[in-house]
Design a binder for this molecule. Structure first.
Ligand SMILES: [Zn+2]
Length: 288
């Protein structure tokens, strides 16, 4: 069934787990995530990220995401991940998304507040859950450094600023940075759990805390993050890169004989499903 993300986050907080939040930019991944959710009996969010517009436009994938969520036996939210422009997030409202991340984290704090607050005020009456981001998450680099010499930690979310942001915007969920990055890790990350604890204390339940870059984060650190208040984990890269080695093996084994794409596509769905089940179980490992 299709539900607002807020409902899922409240249940996650009550029972101490993190809702798995998975991007579904094609039918194989969409079917795999839905199958994984039904098999485990756990709620998930089906995500379309604005950066995936080049892979499939939201107008094409949204009706399918909504159909699978509505017909699912478990609660699901259909979510926009990293919506970056006003035009795009407004389009998502019209298409029926039940939660939307409006990511203005690249803008100055005041502008982030201004845009997110205006969006929250517009869509809360429609029952849509809003996620925002504070702090900047870098893309996968081994040391997490950036060209201008800043280290990864320079971009971490400031606890007091997070509290002020939630207070001023009324946002439902806040993606914070404390050690994860987007993409595939060269070396596993070390999460700054002390910072997470401080953020949780300052935010004090005004918004649910979200961790992006869940792929490749060691299970014991995911557990610590959930124990300390992370209630939604975005996870995609690890699922997305899982099928390629198996496909390669299958194609090589055929030794030049025809390989059916339908068979490969089916194989992809099964591999992603297994990866997704693994992630859901990890996010539930300290559930009450
Ligand atoms: Zn993200």
């Amino acid at each position: 069934m299709l539900v607002p993300l807020k409902e899922l986050l409240e249940d996650a907080d009550k029972h101490r787990y993190a809702v798995g939040s998975f991007n579904t930019p094609n039918l194989e991944t969409l079917r795999a995530v839905v199958a994984a959710a039904e098999e485990t009996g756990r709620p998930v969010t089906l995500n379309h990220a604005q950066p995936h517009e080049a892979v499939i436009p939201v107008e094409e994938i949204a009706p399918l995401m909504l159909k699978y969520a509505r017909e699912s036996k478990v609660p699901m939210s259909v979510h926009i991940d990293h919506g970056q422009t006003e035009l795009f997030v407004n389009k998502a409202v019209r298409l029926g998304f039940t939660s939307i991340m409006y990511d203005c984290s690249g803008l100055p704090f005041e502008e982030n507040v201004r845009r997110v607050k205006a969006f929250v005020d517009m869509v809360h009456p429609l029952g849509i859950t809003v996620e925002a981001e504070l702090g900047q998450m870098l893309l996968n680099t081994a040391d997490g450094g950036s060209e201008d010499g800043n280290t990864k930690a320079d971009f971490y979310t400031d606890p007091q600023q997070a509290a002020t942001f939630c207070e001023l915007t009324g946002v439902d969920a806040l993606a914070i940075t404390f050690g994860t990055v987007h993409g595939v890790y060269d070396t596993p990350p070390t999460l700054d759990i002390e910072r997470l604890k401080e953020i949780r204390e300052k935010v004090d339940g005004r918004a649910a805390l979200v961790m992006h870059g869940g792929s490749g984060t060691p299970a014991d650190q995911v557990k610590e993050a959930v124990l300390n208040g992370i209630r939604k984990i975005n996870y995609f890269s690890a699922m997305d890169v899982a099928p390629a080695p198996e496909l390669l093996k299958t194609i090589q084994k055929a030794e030049g004989k025809p390989v059916h794409y339908a068979d490969l596509s089916f194989m992809v769905t099964q591999i992603i499903r297994e990866k997704c089940i693994e992630a859901i179980k990890m996010f539930e490992s300290v559930r009450l």
